[in-house]
Design a protein around this ligand. Structure first.
Ligand code: AKG
Length: 270
């Protein structure tokens, strides 16, 4: 299989028209519906079209960062996205890339990147890194990256260093995003952008060095990312199936004091 050959050689592969563009459009629409609840709450108008939505979202970010963040977090829990990332089609693809027993490493992520939705650069643009540094899972772990819109260089196409998955785990330094590979090890000139259309899919090795391009437009760069380990990979088994994402626990405090009233509760069930 030609895809497998280029995946093994480059550490990533672009699969054109791999998914139904309507299914990824539906995920984007679900995410937009969450933000629209916050537009209404904050009395914000939305003009028509993608740019109308983007402008309203940029306004929400300015007017109520808390509401923006609430909806942004809720978007990470969309059923449509979760259904998509664990679909038969994705698990078949992972088997095709050599994962005998794929398991989800960490919750999928939906990105809506724009410099207008960021308090620092790391919020809309990832620096050079290898996902394995955070995953520390199986050696054959794979990241599935799915654009929800057409993403060209202007919109910040994802960029890879071809073959970098074969040159080991790189040194990193802590930064405001998480940890970056310094320019001296991953020079800007070695990255190759991968332009995609909605319906395409990029699969990459967790060892592939990659980074985001620069979204220089006024538009939102929508994408979904999900990481998988192979529970059958012998080193993963021997290392005790590590999962270094340690903190995911409920707050000890109530988010909203004196809530709910009995009236509110009874209204819910009438
Ligand atoms: O979407 C991007 O540009 C980068 C994504 C990324 O770095 C990741 O999923 O690890």
């Amino acid at each position: 299989m030609q895809h497998l050959e280029s995946y093994k050689r480059d550490g990533y592969v672009l699969l054109r028209n791999a998914v139904d563009p309507r299914s990824v459009e539906a995920i984007k629409e679900d995410a937009k519906a969450l933000f629209r609840k916050m537009f209404r709450k904050n009395w914000l108008d939305e003009h028509s079209g993608e740019q109308g939505f983007a402008d309203a979202l940029y306004q929400l970010f300015t007017v109520s960062y808390a509401d923006f963040l609430g909806a942004a977090r809720a978007a990470q829990h969309l059923i449509s996205m979760h259904r998509f990332v664990v679909s038969e089609q994705i698990s078949d693809l992972l088997h095709g890339l050599g994962l005998a027993m794929p398991i989800v490493c960490v919750k999928p992520i939906i990105y809506f990147n724009s410099r207008h939705l960021a308090k620092n650069e790391g919020h809309y643009k990832t620096p050079p890194h290898q996902d394995w540094r955070s995953m520390q899972g199986s050696l054959n772990s794979v990241v599935i990256w799915v654009p929800l819109v057409d993403i060209d260089v202007g919109l910040g196409a994802i960029e890879f260093i071809p073959g970098s998955h074969l040159t080991g785990l790189r040194l990193t330094e802590k930064d405001e995003w998480y940890r970056r590979i310094p320019e001296s090890i991953a020079p800007a000139s070695s990255f190759v952008p991968v332009e995609v259309r909605a319906g395409d899919l990029v699969a990459f090795s967790a060892f592939a060095v990659h980074r985001s391009g620069d979204n220089v437009t006024q538009a939102i760069r929508w994408s979904i990312h999900v990481r998988f380990n192979d529970a059958a990979e012998p080193n993963f088994v021997n290392r005790g199936m590590p999962h270094p994402y340690s903190v995911y626990q409920p707050s000890q405090e109530l988010v909203t004091q004196n809530f709910p009233s009995l009236d509110q509760l009874h209204t819910t069930f009438t």
